[in-house]
Design a binder for this molecule. Structure first.
Ligand code: SAM
Ligand code: SF4
Ligand code: F3S
Length: 456
């Protein structure tokens, strides 16, 4: 049986889409290997959101090429957002054998066969509006930890796909934030039919998954006829009352009380919201084309906390956007202090060719951008640690995901998406109640009394 190896970079959508690729290739008779040395096909699922993400993947592509030169006949493929953005440059300048954009994964077996038959440099980057609805992902790929951002440069691998999984509910994005490459590489927004999302979530639950995240660049834009995201949430959560249901990402402009009320009523919908703010300054938000003001954002945060008092709020922040002044940056810091997010993914602006912000000026210097990011991280890290300290001596219901990679013990997730290290006897998939007894760095640690190591 021919073997393929796949490495995934980028956001959770890519983790999911690597699952699509796995299914397509296994249906075509390939077996997956985690040893790149023995693979006949080496694939990387890539991200273009920042230049750093691309540089990292290109470096890794060098390793794939070296493996190909040691093992004649190995096929090297670049998939995903970089494939869409660079197209045949990845063949001509980086010597990839196949380059496959986000809408063309169904063609992978055919493209691999062509390369093995002697064709070189195949590029498949049509934007077809594909939603992979016909691909039966029985069990979605899992997540390694809760701090995987919607974008990133770290390789992502699934650690416990049996317990956590993703279901993509929509693909693409129509928002065209002026800094962002996603709409350019992923294409127009399109939603999967509600029945198909529900069927996939039910298959995951039947195979033992206990925590499902519904995914989209803006899930609040979901629509299937007259049905919107709160209807989808109600359908999935009511059909799977014993499964925790989460969702990512919510565009703050589209958040309204109908969503919050649905979350409040459905006991298995987790009280956590990822609401990327990007900036706390109105002129910058306007130039980013975000569609809300600072005041509107803060009013929505107040509404979230009123309807869901225990809600865990996370965000994305972007500093060094062209024309950002010290005062704009101070407004962002001020918003961060005011909201006190549980966690934030913080980025320095990276110019993306083809986006509108490419033409914006004046540019913020590397030094100023770096200094602002460091300051922002310092402030938010303090707040994250303070909020985690607020968990001390409180009891939580934790879903055990697997062994903790850094400490002896287990990783458990609260309903609000906080990760806790659990000491004691338990196993992946257990749901345990225990008290947080200390904070290690900023990680809450809970002790499980021996008699409570029961499963449910
Ligand atoms: N759809 C989500 C939303 O509405 O915010 C975010 C998706 S985006 C892939 C994830 C995050 O990457 C963004 O929230 C933004 O903070 C960051 N990002 C996007 N473009 C960027 C750029 N050009 N430079 C730096 N960070 C960027
Ligand atoms: Fe990018 Fe904006 Fe779409 Fe998010 S909403 S994916 S930041 S264009
Ligand atoms: Fe990156 Fe594409 Fe996701 S650009 S953040 S992998 S949608």
């Amino acid at each position: 049986m021919p073997k393929f190896y796949i490495q995934t970079y980028g956001c959770q959508m890519n983790v999911y889409e690597s699952g699509v690729v796995r299914r397509v290739l296994s249906d075509a008779g390939f077996a997956e290997t985690t040893d790149e040395q023995e693979a006949d096909v080496l694939l990387m699922m890539t991200c273009s959101v920042r230049s750093h993400a691309e540089q990292r993947a290109l470096g890794r592509l060098g390793t794939f090429r070296a493996l190909r030169s040691e093992r004649a006949g190995t096929v090297v493929g670049v998939l995903g957002c970089m494939a869409q953005r660079f197209g045949d440059v990845l063949v001509t300048n980086h010597r990839a054998d196949i380059v496959v954009g986000p809408d063309e994964y169904l063609r992978l077996p055919e493209l691999i066969a062509s390369v093995q038959a002697g064709t070189t440099g195949l590029v498949a980057t049509r934007q077809t509006g594909e939603s992979y609805d016909a691909v039966m992902l029985a069990r979605g790929p899992g997540v390694k930890d809760s701090r995987i951002p919607m974008s990133g440069t770290r390789p992502l691998e699934s650690s416990n796909p049996g317990i956590l999984s993703f279901v993509t509910v929509m693909r693409g994005c129509d928002n065209y934030c002026t800094y962002c490459i996603v709409p350019h590489v992923k294409g127009r927004e399109r939603s999967r039919p509600l029945a198909s999302v529900l069927a996939e979530a039910e298959r995951h639950a039947a195979s033992g998954v206990k925590d499902i995240t519904l995914l989209g660049q803006n899930v609040l834009a979901y629509r299937d006829g007259a049905r919107r995201f709160p209807d989808l949430l109600r359908a999935v959560a009511s059909a799977l009352p014993r499964v925790r249901i989460r969702f990512l990402t919510s565009h703050p402009r589209d958040l309204d009380s109908s969503l919050l009320e649905a979350m409040q009523r459905l006991s298995n919908v987790c009280p956590s919201l990822h609401l990327p703010v990007q900036s706390g300054s109105n002129p910058i938000l306007e130039r980013m084309n975000r569609g809300y003001t600072r005041e509107e954002y803060l009013a929505k945060i107040a509404l979230c906390r009123k309807v869901l008092p225990e809600v865990c709020l996370t965000t994305d922040v972007l500093v060094g956007f062209p024309s950002e002044t010290e005062d704009d940056f101070k407004a962002t810091l001020d918003l961060i202090e005011q909201v006190r997010f549980d966690f934030a993914y913080m980025f320095r602006f990276s110019f993306r060719p083809g986006t509108r912000a490419e033409e914006f000026g004046p540019k913020v210097s590397e030094a100023d951008g770096g200094r602002r990011l460091a300051r922002l991280i310092e402030v938010q890290n303090r707040i994250t640690a303070e909020r985690n300290r607020g968990m001390l001596n409180r009891e939580f219901e934790l879903l055990i995901e697997g062994p903790s990679p850094r400490d002896s013990g287990w990783l458990g997730r609260t309903v609000a998406n906080k990760v806790v290290v659990v000491k004691g006897r338990c196993a992946p998939g257990d749901v345990v109640r225990c008290r947080v007894t200390r904070i290690n760095g900023w990680t809450p640690v809970a002790e499980l009394p021996a008699r409570e190591a029961a499963t449910c």
